[in-house]
Write a protein that binds this ligand. Structure first.
Ligand SMILES: [Ca+2]
Ligand SMILES: [Ca+2]
Ligand SMILES: [Zn+2]
Length: 301
């Protein structure tokens, strides 16, 4: 569904450009040549399940006195698992320098230096595994290959981030598990990203490592900014304006939820939207607050 929507949106944008005789500027050129549109497979809870998770989270936060952990006070060990189909980056065997660059991107996103809120989280490389397995390399979401790969490779406890790279089926850039799922299925926990989305990878314009940032946001309990659409609760984060659906490319000034009920422009520069890596650069203060609470509730060792 998301892919269909995205394809239609891209077509509509291109058609608009043609109809109004807009010059082929950098933005529309990027739209026309994009071979992939952002699509994240992370399965969001809806309805009663989402309400239960939220109620439990609010109760937990209230009991804890709702304090935000000090900036940079939580260091997350990262186990990187490179799944490839042979040697060389063309086969998914991403070099160590790209792994280090991905860790740097996470740290800069979560410490606020790219322009967002400073969060409690820092990331430290704890280990790298490399596995050649063509079936795992092409894993689909929620597939036997995903389960087998994770059963073999997963390391650490609830606080450890297992970061898998592979080729991924379904045209997805990545997916993640949420913190509340850890207890029931610890071995599935972690984030999975398309290998070429790492910094310097070939999946332009998703080549700056922000697919990783986005998926780690989910891993820390954050929803898409367009979750719930134009609604009061939307993504359960009060300082991200409601958004009717995912934003692609970098549509500055977009406002899909209007009237006085939904003040503010769409949060297109937020890491939890679907825009290009060069467009997204921030988490908000309330996202930092929620991620911290979620970590303390479900992931603190
Ligand atoms: Ca919001
Ligand atoms: Ca609005
Ligand atoms: Zn996502």
């Amino acid at each position: 569904m998301k892919r269909t929507f995205a394809a239609l949106a891209t077509l509509a944008l291109c058609a608009m450009g043609l109809l109004i005789g807009k010059p082929a500027d950098k933005t529309s050129a990027a739209v026309m040549t994009k071979t992939k549109v952002r699509s994240c497979g992370t399965v969001h809870p809806i309805g009663k399940q989402a309400e239960e998770i939220q109620t439990s989270y609010l109760k937990f936060k209230a009991a804890k006195g709702a304090q935000l952990s000090a900036t940079g006070s939580i260091t997350i060990p990262v186990y990187f698992h490179v799944i490839n189909r042979g040697p060389g980056i063309q086969n998914g065997d991403v070099p160590d320098r790209m792994i280090r660059a991905q860790i740097n991107v996470l740290n800069e996103a979560f410490d606020g230096s790219t322009g967002g809120a400073a969060t409690a989280f820092r990331f430290e490389l704890a280990g790298v595994t490399r596995t050649t397995n063509e079936a795992w390399y092409n894993m689909g979401i929620n597939s036997n290959d995903e389960r087998a790969a994770k059963a073999a490779l997963h390391q650490g406890g609830a606080n450890a981030l297992n970061f898998y790279t592979a080729n991924l089926g379904g045209n997805l850039l990545g997916w993640a598990t949420f913190p509340w799922s850890y207890h029931a299925k610890p071995e599935i926990d972690g984030v999975v990203c398309l290998f070429s989305s790492l910094p310097g990878g070939s999946t332009v314009p998703y080549d700056e490592g922000d697919t990783g940032t986005h998926e780690v946001g989910h891993w820390l309990g954050l929803y898409h900014t367009f979750q719930g659409g134009c609604s009061t609760n939307n993504d359960y984060v009060s300082d991200t304006p409601a958004e009717g659906g995912p934003a692609f490319d970098c549509p500055v000034g977009r406002d899909t939820c209007t009237t006085s009920k939904y003040p503010g422009l769409d949060p297109i520069t937020n890491f939890m939207d679907y825009t290009d890596d060069s467009c997204m650069f921030q988490f908000t203060a309330e996202q930092a607050f929620r991620a911290d609470g979620m970590f303390v509730q479900y992931r603190q060792e």
